[in-house]
Write a protein that binds this ligand. Sequence first.
Ligand SMILES: [Zn+2]
Length: 397
Amino acid sequence: MKRRQLLAAGCAHCAALGLLGAGRAAAQAGGVEWAMPQRFARPEIASDEGGLWAMMDREETRLRRSPFVMRDPALRQYLQGIACKLGGSHCQDTRVYPVRTPFFNASMAPNGMMQVWSGLLLRVENEAQLAGVIGHELGHYLQRHLLERLRDLKARSAFGAFMSMFGLAGLVVQMASLAGAFAFSRDHEREADRIGLALMRQAGYDPREAAKVWANLLDEMKATPGGDPSKTSPLFATHPASEERSQTLAALAEGGSGFLGEAEYVARIAPFLTDLLDDELARGQHGETLILLDRMVARRPEGSDLLFYRAETRRLRDAEGDADAALADLHAAIRIGGEPARSHRALGYIHRQRGQTDEARAAFTRYVERAPGAPDVDLIRSYLAEPGTARNDPATS
Ligand SMILES: [Zn+2]
């Protein structure tokens, strides 16, 4: 496994890995022998596929310039490396773009442009789970499902909408309405699942992790009873998921084992975690966010940052019992140490709401000390100056 990791680490030029992949192109895909196809030649521009590629190329140019693309070279190289471990010679035709938008989504266009959205990066727990999603997308790409779908559609008027599947953030609402028209068929989904598992196996990843991604996502979706998951998860809009799917994936992977890459993954994502959690909080789906954070806290109980975010989510939701639970998390975060300065602001707000002026004052004062340059420091100082809260303290008036 070490050797494979080292190879991937040097995967800026993936041709060498591509050659490696070619030697073990045939793989078991759910009991069916499946051979990885040769690299796809660029289609004739006059053909329907050629037209599709040209449009995807234009989308990709737009994407490259977009402020949403995460430009960190180490992150991009890491994601590209995973696509290369899985995709063999197709790695040379695959370009992975991490996109900062707080929804769970990945897509791959027929011209080789792959997007991995940051809501997905926040949710997967290790490299193997990420490989499960990337492998699934590669499965659609390798079997040219989108092209088939396009030919099925034949509705020219829908073509623009079809293209927008590969556009950027802002199309999430649109995604839901597109789900009916552009969701992959069950057969295509099954095929992509099986190929994804086969690619994971041959790259040495633990195939059992693929099912966990879907199971975790389904858990989150249950936080909104009666809700339409495709509205908050673009991936659900185009890749219909179900308990049955997660169970089938688990059954197909049974008895498998392999590389998890949890420490590697956690280290890669750590520099972005605060931004991604802020984005997640701003999404305003507090029930889903709490299920995610419960899962993250269970994996890293000493994470004072995670405890702060869980407390903040509860404080903002403010359902029955939320304030008490938030207080418990905030006190735990402060006890552990290294808590974000905003922990003290949250504490101040909860005490203020309860009319506990001394506690509110102490917490707000601590926040102002810890984050003197924060954009809301003047607002917090104004709370300290409120009658009944402030007591002639020159340091805060
Ligand atoms: Zn799919």
